[in-house]
Structure formats: C-alpha cells, structure tokens
Design a protein around this ligand. Structure first.
Ligand code: GAP
Length: 550
C-alpha cells in the first residue's frame, strides 16, 4: 500500500475503519442511526485521548518549571489551571463577540431540503449543445472535480461515454466569490443535490452557538443561555479570582481543558469538524510591551510540542494569518496545521491557533463589547448612543507591585483541539507494511506507530503457550508492570496474531514469556516499530519501560 502519497481518501477510509474495528472512535447513538457531528471514544480511544490531554497538561502546566527560563521565553513565568462551567452568564457571549459575530453563512436547497455552508460550495461552468449551467459541489479536495462531472452528466442526461462532450469553462471557483463578483447568479447555479438550477436560497447568517433554557419556567428571553463555543471565556471570567486567590503575577498563564459546542452547519471529515468537541486552551497574561515576544514564544513552543510527540515534520505546517483572516479580536495569529489524508494534496487542516488577542477580552468584559475602528478598540454603541452590550463594570486591570504600575494585561492564546489532535496522531501513526510471520513468510500488517506516551497500552505480556508454567510467570510480570503503566495480559491465539492485535492498538512493546524464560529468567522484548527482539532479564523490565516512557 502507498505510504508515501501524502493525501488520499482511501487511506482515510481505512483509518476510520480501524478506529471503529479496534474501538478507538464510534459514532454517537449509532444504534439509532447515529447523530451527525457527534462522536464517542471507545476503550482504546478513551485511553489515547486521555494520554494526549495528560501530556498537554503535564508539559504546559503541571511539569512547568516556573523558576527557569525555557528556551525562547523572554523570562520565567507561572502556569496554573481552571475547570469552568459549560453554561455561563449570557452576557459573557455578548461582550466576547460570539453573540453578534460567531456565525457562518448557510444556503438551503429548496428542492433537496439540504443545507450547506456557503463558504464550502464551489463550482464551474459546464456547457453541452447550447445548454449552460454552473455546477456546484459541496465536496472538497480530490472529490470535488469528479463530483461536478457526475452532476453535469446527470443534468445534461448523458451516458458515461458522452461525458467527454461536456465543455468546461475554467476550473473550480468558490461560489460565494463568483456570486459577489457577478460572474454567477444563484438562478444559474445547479445545487449539489438538485435536479435543476435555481434552487439555492440567498445565503443567510447562522449563529453557531447551541442555545438552551435555564430553569423550570423556561420560555422568556431572560432564561436564554448558550453552551460555550470555546473554553477561553471561562478563563477571562475568573482572571480576577485567580489573581486574588493565588500568588501568580504577570507573566502567567491559565490553562483549561474542556468540552465546547458549535452547531456546525456541515460537520464533516470524521471528528475533524464536530458539533461537540474538546479544547485545550491557555490564556497567557503579559505586559503589553512584551506581548510580541511572548506570542513568538508560544507559537514556537506549541509547534515543537507536536513534533516532540512524533508528528511527521513534513505533514505539519506553521502558518501566519494574513491581515484579512484575523478574528475580530486578534492582532496576530498563527495556525499549526496538519496534512490530513482527507484533504487534497498540498492542503492542510487547522490543529491549533495561537492568537495575540491584545487586551480585547479583559477590556470587553470591563467596558462592554468593543469593536475595532481605525485600528483602535472602541466601545460599540447602539443607535441610542448607549453600549451595544454592557460590560461587567468590574476592574480587570493588574497592579504590578514591583514597578507600581497598573495596566490591562495583553493575552496570548494557544488554543488546541483535543479531538483534532487525536485525529492527527491517529492518521500520522497509521502504517501498513509487511512483517515475517512465524514461518518467516511476509505478512501484511496494520500498525499504529504512536508515541509511547500516547499509546493506549504501553505493553502486552504474552506467554508463548498456555502451559509449562509460562502463564504463571507472565501473570506475575503483568501484575508488576500494571502497577506502573497500562498494559495487558493476552494468552489467546497464536503469538503472531497476538502481535498483530497489539500492532493495530499501537502498543509499543510486547513481552513474550517462553521456554528460555523458565531457564534463565529473561523475556523477549519486541519493539513495535523496528520489530527488533531482544532478551531482557525479567526483573529489569519494569524499570526499563518506565525509563523509556519518561
Ligand atoms: N478560543 C479560540 C478558539 O476557540 P478556534 O480556532 O475557533 O479558536 C480552536 O478553535 C481549536 O479548537 C481549533 O484549532 C480546533 O483544533 C478546535 N476546533 C474548533 N472547532 C472545532 C470543531 N467544530 N470540531 C473539532 N475541533 C474544533
């Protein structure tokens, strides 16, 4: 199988199939037909995701040495954590900008009743015997072109061998920009699932926040609340609480891992765009004058984190946003992106954004919702001249005891998606190769080459046969190892099949107890990636593997 072809849908299909088969990821509520955009993690997936989040928490927070200056950091700094609620005061979202601005544009198809994200639609002009239509597709990557061909063939009523007769004008272009430029009218556009042109509605705004109601008397506008679309706002809400109750001083960061919810119009690409997902976010508070240096530090630090955990460097890219791409609050953003197999060759999908948010958030929650005007953040007012959304009126500034200065800290925000990271590590780890079986004949295998820190199980202990005292020795080793790391005991099937099961689960080490073990108290240590088999004294195994995991 091709390992070198960077992007390919069939590879993605095999990864999704492995994820289901081996209990990494299942569709939510599957027995009722599933729910689009919602995913459950199975036994192995839960362990993988937990390991990923624990690695992040350890590397960013718990293991952070606040007395040292890490490479690239302007000074030492402190890190602490929070665990905030999913539902917060509705005013939070008004001042953060999400109430007014957190929307996508959608179009509906009057014929098929399907709904699409306007910015995901692209198309091209096709003509056949005097008939001309703008063929629209909702597919992305390598599937988009062939989809327009199939759609045009059906529209013009052609047989497969007549497809060559279709005349195409230019390549695929985004529908939105073509309509805006006057090059296409929606009346001429053939929707992705429609039989005739002109069925797509005018685009309209759709707020991505999930709404709910609080309390038994729900119904009035005062009960209206939202599921958080990001974990960041809980951190801003508690900025003053953290300052008042812990000894942190600027520069410091507050980290949080938790669920976020977005009512995505078109969830797609497995877990990549889900409606319920987990974020790992840091809000890092610093002096305004130092913020550019801290932005560079966090961008580079977060980039290195993915590489240290084994993502292939050539499949990862760090991309600075252009001015036109910046969010309403951002004065600088970089994305860490991965070449997911479901994307066309050369395309990358966002894993994490590192944003320089300036003082937008703290000031918005003090003063009221801010807007950028002539380069400056000013209070947004309504027609009556009053603030469009009132802030808390609380003082969220910071007083520096040493310099005796008061200022509103600037914020650098590394914001990562736990589910997207799991997906990237799964895709990157997925390999198909050949290994010799017990008779030395080549056997194809599927293996997840996960970093040992991320692997759901660190080791499997396998007695070669279920007799001659081997299971007893293996169970004893299993118990000694289990006290230190997740591992499993497996005596079912041939040893080759047991290795294959562990390769698919991403287990880095297999320990086989055989006849020689009984004689010299050594076991075979098999390395998942190199396939090297070495004999190691059984008593040395716990320390050896613990050391390798460090
Ligand atoms: N607080 C800033 C913020 O939320 P974002 O770029 O909208 O920024 C940060 O989200 C990260 O959250 C993304 O880089 C991505 O990894 C993850 N994420 C966002 N939307 C997602 C979705 N619908 N499904 C899965 N992960 C998502």
């Amino acid at each position: 199988m091709s390992q070198d072809k960077p992007n390919d849908q069939s590879r993605m299909d095999r990864i999704v199939s492995l994820a289901k088969r081996r209990g990494f990821i299942f569709q939510s509520s599957e027995i009722y037909g599933g729910l689009n955009g919602f995913w459950d993690y199975g036994p192995l997936g839960t362990a993988l995701k937990r390991n990923l989040k624990e690695s992040w928490w350890h590397d960013m927070v718990a293991g952070h040495d606040e007395l040292a200056t890490p490479p690239g950091a302007p000074t030492p700094y402190e890190m602490t954590g929070l665990d905030c609620t999913i539902i917060m005061h509705p005013q939070v979202w008004k001042c953060s900008g999400h109430f007014d601005l957190f929307h996508d544009w959608l179009v509906d198809c009057r014929e098929s009743k399907r709904r699409y994200r306007y910015d995901h639609l692209q198309g091209r002009w096709a003509a056949h015997r005097g008939k001309r239509v703008f063929v629209v597709t909702d597919q992305s990557g390598e599937e988009a072109g062939p989809h327009t061909v199939t759609r045009a063939q059906k529209f013009f009523g052609l047989r497969a061998k007549q497809v060559e007769e279709i005349e195409w004008e230019g390549g695929l272009v985004p529908l939105a920009t073509s309509v805006a430029a006057g090059a296409v009218a929606l009346a001429e556009a053939l929707g992705p699932d429609a039989a005739a042109p002109g069925t797509l509605t005018e685009p309209r705004e759709f707020n991505l926040m999930f709404e709910t109601r609080i309390g038994a008397l729900a119904g009035g506008d005062d009960d209206r609340a939202f599921l958080r679309p990001e974990t960041a706002q809980g951190i801003f809400m508690n900025f003053k609480n953290v300052l008042d109750t812990s000894r942190v001083s600027v520069p410091f960061g507050i980290a949080q891992i938790g669920k976020s919810f977005r009512n995505e119009i078109t969830p797609r690409n497995f877990t990549f765009r889900s409606r319920e997902f987990e974020q790992m976010e840091i809000e890092f508070f610093c002096r305004p004058a130092d913020s550019a240096a801290w932005y560079r530090y966090w961008r580079d630090r977060r980039w290195k984190w993915y590489l240290d955990l084994g993502l292939t460097p050539g499949k990862l890219q760090l991309r600075e946003h252009g001015a036109d791409e910046l969010s309403h609050y951002s004065v600088g953003t970089a994305d860490i992106e991965y070449a997911f197999p479901f994307l066309a060759a050369g395309e990358f999908g966002e894993l994490e954004g590192i944003a320089h948010r300036g003082d937008f958030d703290l000031r918005s929650h003090m003063e009221g919702k801010l807007v950028r005007r002539d380069g400056a953040l000013v209070l947004e007012t309504g027609p009556d001249g009053k603030p469009r959304h009132r802030g808390s009126g609380k003082d969220l500034s910071y007083f520096d005891d040493v310099t005796r200065e008061r200022f509103v800290p600037h914020v650098i925000e590394p914001s990562a998606g736990a589910d997207r990271a799991v997906l990237a590590f799964l895709c990157d780890a997925y390999h198909e190769d050949e290994v010799p079986d017990e008779e030395g004949k080549p056997r194809s295998r599927t293996v997840l080459k996960l970093h040992p820190r991320l692997a759901p199980l660190k080791a499997a202990i396998l007695p070669l046969v279920k007799k001659d005292g081997m299971p007893e020795v293996a169970v004893d080793l299993y118990r000694r190892l289990k006290a230190r790391m997740p591992c499993m005991y497996d005596e079912k099937g041939s040893v080759g099949r047991r290795y294959a099961r562990q390769d698919e689960a991403g287990t880095p080490w297999c320990l086989t107890v055989d006849g020689q073990t009984l004689a010299d108290k050594t076991v075979t240590l098999r390395d998942r990636d190199s396939l090297a088999q070495t004999r190691v004294p059984i008593d040395e195994i716990p320390d050896l593997l613990t050391g390798r995991l460090r």
